[in-house]
Design a protein around this ligand. Structure first.
Ligand SMILES: Cc1cc2nc3c(=O)[nH]c(=O)nc-3n(C[C@H](O)[C@H](O)[C@H](O)COP(=O)(O)OP(=O)(O)OC[C@H]3O[C@@H](n4cnc5c(N)ncnc54)[C@H](O)[C@@H]3O)c2cc1C
Length: 300
């Protein structure tokens, strides 16, 4: 046991992972937190919050507070924050291991995996054909300054479209929204938006060209329509950011009850419902308490 890196490994420094690490530290456990981007990466793009207790009104403020919390516990010597991407998690009889992309292997009695969900890209959906473009930036991460004055193609009509337009009522922008029939029910909330043109498509081809992208929209009836735009954003929803080694159910999520006993799952990664900041924080805290009580052999 002397070769363990910490009492707890935490993968992902979103609300669930930060809550797990802080709870562990408060119990005098040591924790190593592995984060691929930055602390509270997702929160940094949430412009308005109204459901997080503590009078938080914007995601970036909360992300900064999380980073400050981790820094405080780092100074106490109980939390270490590692920049890196976890590529595998394995539970053994006597330990859990997390392998990072750079080859490092971390070991602890328990690991909390809280990697959340990640944005669906063109390669993840059948209605987009883009052999040379595997990834495009998501709409929900775009700022008003990024898009002001532009004509932008948005692939998919997921909910962040309405949220983005409501959050930026004064921004002069034109969205050509190409969406499949399965997204049809989500278009109601932007049907009256003058900054949006909705285009129901069968299939879309995206090809990079010198000044942007050549888009070909294929419709169920009529000829295909081809044009070139500078900016293409995705808005097709998300998929669980599951790490190899986790048990993954048919919907891609990682149910906690099916994992190795030393591998705990918290936050959005658990399932498609209940994806909220406060829920993730509670989940993360609970995940850190579980091994603590197990070690203490305290019932309940
Ligand atoms: C546009 C938008 C608006 C939202 N608005 C609200 C709102 O108003 N109120 C609300 O309650 N919720 C809101 N949510 C949902 C909320 O953001 C999530 O429920 C919450 O962030 C989930 O926390 P989490 O810790 O489970 O995952 P995340 O916050 O997604 O954190 C996961 C972390 O893991 C990291 N990571 C991923 N893979 C790896 C890996 N392999 N190795 C290392 N690190 C990795 C990521 O970089 C990330 O920092 C919104 C989400 C979006 C996208």
């Amino acid at each position: 046991m002397s070769e363990l890196d910490a009492d707890l490994l935490v993968v992902g420094a979103g609300p669930a992972g930060v809550a797990a690490a802080v709870m562990a530290s408060s119990l005098r456990m040591t924790a190593v937190v592995v984060e691929a981007e930055q602390v509270g990466a997702k929160l940094r793009s949430i412009g308005a919050l109204e459901n997080v207790p503590g009078s938080w009104s914007a995601g970036p403020e909360l992300a900064k507070a999380f980073a400050a919390d981790l820094a405080r516990h780092q100074k106490l010597g109980r939390i270490s924050l590692l920049s890196g991407r976890a590529v595998e998690v394995v539970g053994h009889d006597d330990r859990a291991e997390v392998t990072l992309k750079d080859g490092r292997v971390l070991t602890a009695p328990t690991v909390v995996v809280a990697t959340g969900v990640t944005t669906l890209g063109p390669a993840d959906v059948e209605w987009i054909d883009s052999p040379n473009t595997k990834w495009l930036p998501p709409l929900w991460r775009a700022t008003a300054d990024d898009l002001e004055g532009g004509r932008i193609v948005v692939l998919g009509a997921d909910r962040p479209l309405g949220t983005w337009l409501r959050a930026h009522p004064e921004t002069a922008v034109h969205f050509d929204v190409l969406y499949p029939a399965t997204d049809g029910y989500k278009t109601d909330e932007v049907a009256d938006e003058t900054r949006v043109r909705l285009d129901l498509v069968d299939r879309v081809t995206v090809a990079p060209v010198r000044d942007g992208f050549r888009i070909t929209a294929h419709h169920a009836v009529g000829e295909a329509h081809t044009f070139v735009v500078e900016t293409v954003l995705t808005n097709m929803g998300s998929k669980p950011a599951a790490i190899p080694g986790l048990f993954v159910s048919t919907d891609g999520y990682c149910p906690p009850n099916e994992q190795h006993p030393r591998v705990l799952v918290a936050g959005d990664l658990k399932g498609a419902k209940m994806q909220r900041i406060a829920v993730a924080m509670g989940d993360g805290s609970r995940a850190a308490l579980a091994p603590y009580y197990q070690a203490q052999a305290v019932p309940g």
